[in-house]
Write a new protein. Structure first.
Length: 332
């Protein structure tokens, strides 16, 4: 398990252990204030997790009925999965906030009908995934539906919004990349950054391809390009601690941002050098880039490679030579 979070006034961290030795280690939930409280993220709806969260909050003297709002860092099920359970437990609809670019991901229609969609099928085929791999990803997406409840009543938040919490303010920093609507929350008084999945200590966050680009404000959105811009934005903040969505806290934000930048630069060069050998679809680049990909995680790998290809094309160092499927790329 992870080491304890540092004690910071009016910040109560709950690290929910992930089952099955997940590489994410934990889902971190934060209660901010001294009553009423603002909750940052909720964790996923795995069996037993709701009881665990409630008991851990009770240990610090917090009852679920003390929660006045929930801020959701982004629209992934492991970050909002328990929101409806909390609302049902307290008997009223605790107001939930998320960036507008991700709000549709919480809807019943998306979760029950559109999480796997024609855009996903086309993206996988375009990347050159064999049918067996596509079925594994489809199965993974179907599992996601089981660990969250749809959340229909959502309030939108945006960059620069500030939430008052016991005399302090939590400021919303829009940090697209992991998702188009990903946000960090900055407590300037305590110099703490709640980073969601934008900054994680033990893994490099994955800028995921947005499959339903027609729902985005900018349909030409590129995830890795956006993520690198978000790192530039975060580097300007005065931060003592980063409290992430998963795993241990971080006390060197500039250092980890430098590590991320170097990682992505090295990976982009690996992809370019592989394409210099011969044109390939995205799927055929996986073994050149990743030492190991977990079963069902191929989507993460092809998302990562696609993001780098977009930047290489922007830099005129690669080009799309066949639309496919599968699409073929070559180095320039």
């Amino acid at each position: 398990m992870i080491k304890p979070f540092p004690k910071v006034e009016n910040i109560h961290a709950v690290a929910i252990p992930f089952p099955n030795d997940s590489h994410l280690i934990s889902a971190n939930v934060y209660a901010i204030g001294n009553g009423p409280f603002t909750l940052i993220d909720t964790g996923p709806k795995f069996p037993g997790i709701f009881s665990y969260l409630r008991k851990e909050l009770q240990k610090t003297g917090i009852k679920l009925s003390d929660i006045e709002r929930i801020i959701i860092t982004h629209g992934h099920i492991d970050h909002f999965g328990l929101a409806v359970s909390i609302q049902k437990a307290v008997g009223y609809p605790v107001e939930c906030f998320i960036h507008a670019e991700d709000s549709w991901k919480l809807s019943k229609k998306h979760i029950e009908e559109e999480m796997w969609n024609p855009e996903a099928e086309n993206f996988m085929a375009g990347a050159g995934l064999p049918q067996k791999e596509i079925e594994a990803v489809r199965k993974r997406f179907s599992f996601f539906r089981t660990i969250c409840d749809p959340l229909e009543k959502i309030s939108n938040m945006g960059a620069g919004d500030r939430f008052p919490v016991n005399g302090n303010h939590l400021e919303i920093i829009h940090t697209p990349g992991h998702t188009a609507g990903s946000c960090c929350i900055y407590d300037s008084t305590n110099k703490v950054l709640f980073s969601g999945d934008s900054i994680i200590k033990h893994i490099t966050p994955n800028p995921l391809v947005e499959l339903k680009r027609s729902l985005l404000k900018d349909p030409s959105y590129q995830s890795l390009k956006a993520y690198l811009g978000s790192l530039d934005k975060l580097a300007q903040l005065d931060v003592r601690y980063v409290f992430p969505g998963h795993g241990e806290y971080i006390d060197d934000l500039p250092g980890i941002i430098t590590t991320y930048r170097e990682h992505h630069l090295q990976r982009r060069e690996m992809i370019w050098k592989a394409l210099k050998q011969d044109p390939r679809p995205v799927y055929d680049l996986i073994n050149d880039v990743f030492a190991f990909v977990r079963e069902g995680d191929v989507f993460l790998a092809v998302s990562d490679i696609t993001g780098h290809l977009e930047i290489l094309i922007n830099e005129k160092r690669a080009e799309l030579i066949e639309t496919g499927p599968p699409a073929l790329y070559r180095a320039v």
